[in-house]
Write a protein that binds this ligand. Structure first.
Ligand code: HEC
Ligand code: HEC
Length: 249
């Protein structure tokens, strides 16, 4: 058997293995990470990670290691023998901070397109009916307030012309007939063997016992229409420029 200390070291090695990927990279995670960063890290690293008492974190290169695993470890545990303290939060919250730090150096090359024209299109094309930006707009789709920091330009384009290419489980939809035969449709929030919880179009939560439901189907396509044939390539560039400029303040 391994001595206890070796087993612990092996366990830590697994936790911080090289191929660990940040599981918290959505726009909402980046925005939450920004909040934690501003309250706990900005006093030393600057508001935009530009550096101060601690080094610049916005350049995408890190002396103590640049992989996701290195950042998780250095931020969670601190760097012994230096002023850098550990942040003793759960891993999810630290991952959100890692996502924010990456966003400072990601996608910094401004894409072509006119973001003011894009803002106009965001309203005239109905995007604002489903998406919120800085507290304004609909809630059916994800909040896009930090989307420019969380997604590449190619990914933003794909989201608009081919929404179903990548859909997070949170936005899968479920439909069925309830015990009285009424058709029900909504976003699948959660399901287990016996029950299902969903959000309807008005973003109201419903819960059903599965027994007695008919034609239960889960659809992994996006609830967002494709804009492939509705926008000129100039309009697409303008919208992408507008989305790209949405970053945590
Ligand atoms: C009291 C000041 C202080 C605070 C607060 C602080 N840091 Fe640091 N941080 C430092 C210093 C100083 C270093 C450089 C250590 C060294 O190499 O000497 C550092 C290093 C780092 C590094 C490694 C940089 C590299 O080049 O490898 C990361 C990443 C980092 N800090 C992130 C954070 C985050 C995220 C927070 C907030 C949760 C935070 N720090 C809070 C002072 C601070
Ligand atoms: C009918 C509601 C609806 C409309 C209208 C709509 N969307 Fe969406 N959108 C969604 C939903 C739901 C999702 C999440 C599922 C997915 O990934 O496609 C989404 C996803 C997205 C994403 C990806 C978010 C991420 O986390 O990567 C972007 C970007 C986006 N929409 C932009 C737009 C833009 C720009 C328009 C207008 C041209 C628009 N949407 C119109 C509902 C809508």
């Amino acid at each position: 058997m391994f001595p206890r200390v070796t087993a612990l070291a092996l366990f830590a090695g697994l936790l911080f293995a090289e191929d660990v990927r940040n599981p918290r990279t959505s726009p909402a995670d980046v925005a939450a990470g920004a909040k934690t960063f501003h309250s706990h890290c900005s006093p030393c690293h600057g508001y935009r990670g530009e550096g101060g008492r601690g080094p610049n974190l916005a350049a995408g290169r890190f002396y103590h290691g640049s992989t996701d695993a290195d950042l998780l470890k250095n931020i969670s545990e601190g760097i012994p023998g230096t002023e850098m303290p550990g942040l003793f939060y759960n891993a999810d919250r630290v991952w959100q901070v890692v996502a924010f730090i990456h966003s400072l150096s990601a996608n910094t090359a401004k894409p072509p397109g006119d973001s003011d024209a894009g803002a106009g299109l965001f309203h005239s094309q109905g995007c604002a009916g489903c998406h919120r930006i800085r507290g304004e707009g609909g809630a059916l789709g994800p909040d896009l307030s930090a989307i420019g920091a969380a997604r590449s330009v190619d990914n933003l384009k794909e989201s608009i012309v081919d929404p179903s290419a990548q859909v997070q489980p949170l936005y899968w939809t479920v439909s069925f007939e309830d015990a009285s035969g009424k058709a029900v449709h909504g976003f699948l929030l959660n399901e287990d063997t016996y029950t299902v919880q969903l959000l309807d179009r008005a973003v109201v939560l419903h819960s059903y016992e599965k027994a007695g439901l008919k034609n239960y189907t889960i659809d992994k396509h996006s609830a967002m229409p494709s804009y492939r044939d509705k926008l000129s390539s100039q309009q697409l560039d303008d919208l992408v420029a507008y989305l790209w400029s949405q970053r945590p303040q």
